[in-house]
Write a protein that binds this ligand. Structure first.
Ligand SMILES: *Cc1c(COP(=O)(O)O)cnc(C)c1O
Length: 356
């Protein structure tokens, strides 16, 4: 039976990409992609293409570097703080959920005096703050574009003349963005880009080498990675390869613009059902609803057993909410088909018809 994977990450990729990745495990120009030297010219071509396709997909301006590192977005919290630190050693952070909180915690550990100038913690992160004043006496501003766990998403990015840094792990490549608005974007691969293992950095060249941090391990220094064309040490070879395949697939299918329309259609389908179905209710502010992670609950827990059995029987996996939130979370990353969302909607409607 076809599985419909609504898991929050690692997540599904296009079937075609899985097949091509599997082929390369057996035969990548005579070797397995898993055993080929990362210094071989065939692999250098992979890294080059994987970096160039990001530039194409997001219209990255020439004065930016695209890099693949390891460590996930979690290490990105520290790398961002260390590379963006300047004279004031202060930064403004928006706290819109668990990952944003993690970024704040790690920035403090890296020696940043963090000013949390906006937060939605008062309502368990179910909205995106709108009334706030961006500080001016700081080195940079940091926010998290999509709140993967609670299901909110910025529809408009904060506007500032200060360097802007964004953790885009869970919505990069899902919509068009203007890279020039940012000094640094980072994202773990395993939501919209590829398998876990690689972390994408898009960094303005003028940022590199300007840190005032006294502690800067070579691996954390984006300048070193840029100078070495993302080959400072052994890169996450397979993860970058599959990211490259996925980006080829994305560009061959209309790029992020087409993806945004597709994601909007999936979001409309599921949110309309949540709003019209008498058994369910959404948990996030309507205007801030994420198109990537849709959180909802049953109004009456008495239907839980029947609902859980029904979606499992329909081949749906990964629908349980994050352990810190409960309820349900339908993660609908790029590769999830509209057809899979329709299967979920049918299960919800069926349940309502039976219990009306
Ligand atoms: C998943 C996620 C992370 C954590 O990523 P890792 O690659 O596991 O370190 C950080 N930020 C956001 C927004 C995420 O969705």
């Amino acid at each position: 039976m076809k599985k419909h994977n609504f898991g929050a990450g690692p997540c599904i990729l296009p079937q075609e990409v899985f097949k091509q990745a599997a082929d390369a495990v057996i035969d990548f120009n005579g070797l397995s992609i898993l055993e080929v030297s990362h210094r071989h010219k065939d692999y250098e071509a992979v890294m080059d293409e994987a970096r160039n396709l990001v530039k194409q997909a997001l219209n990255v301006p020439d004065d930016y570097e695209v890099l693949y590192l390891q460590g996930g977005a979690t290490l990105g919290f520290t790398i961002a703080a260390l590379n963006m630190m300047r004279d004031t050693k202060r930064a403004g952070y928006m706290n819109t959920g668990t990952w944003a909180s993690g970024a704040i915690k790690e920035a403090k550990k890296a020696g940043i005096d963090v000013n949390v100038f906006a937060s939605s913690e008062d309502k368990n992160f179910n909205y995106i703050p709108k009334d706030y004043t961006i500080p001016t006496d700081v080195d940079y501003i940091h926010f998290t574009s999509n709140n993967t766990i609670f299901g909110t998403q910025f529809k408009e990015f904060p506007k500032t003349d200060l360097p802007l840094v964004c953790d885009m792990s869970s919505d990069i490549f899902s919509q068009e963005i203007n890279v020039a608005d940012f000094d640094l974007i980072y994202a773990g691969a395993q939501k919209n880009l590829g398998p876990a293992g690689a972390t994408l950095y898009i960094v303005k060249k003028s940022v590199l080498g300007k840190s005032t941090s006294t502690f800067m391990p070579s691996y954390m220094d984006l300048k070193i990675h840029a100078e070495k064309d993302s080959m400072f040490n052994t890169p996450p070879v397979f993860s970058v390869y599959v990211a490259m395949l996925n980006l080829r697939h994305l560009l061959a299918n209309g790029g992020v613009k087409a993806m945004a329309a597709r994601n909007k259609a999936k979001g409309d389908l599921l949110y309309n059902e949540i709003d019209s179905n008498p058994l369910f209710v959404g948990t996030t502010a309507v205007e801030d609803r994420s198109l990537m992670n849709v959180n909802f609950v049953l109004k009456d827990e008495a239907h839980k057993e029947a609902f859980d059995a029904a979606w499992k029987a329909a081949g749906i996996v990964g629908l349980n909410g994050h352990r810190s939130v409960g309820g349900y979370r339908a993660s609908m990353y790029n590769a999830l088909e509209l057809e899979s969302v329709q299967v979920l909607v049918d299960v919800m409607r069926d349940l309502a018809n039976k219990h009306a």
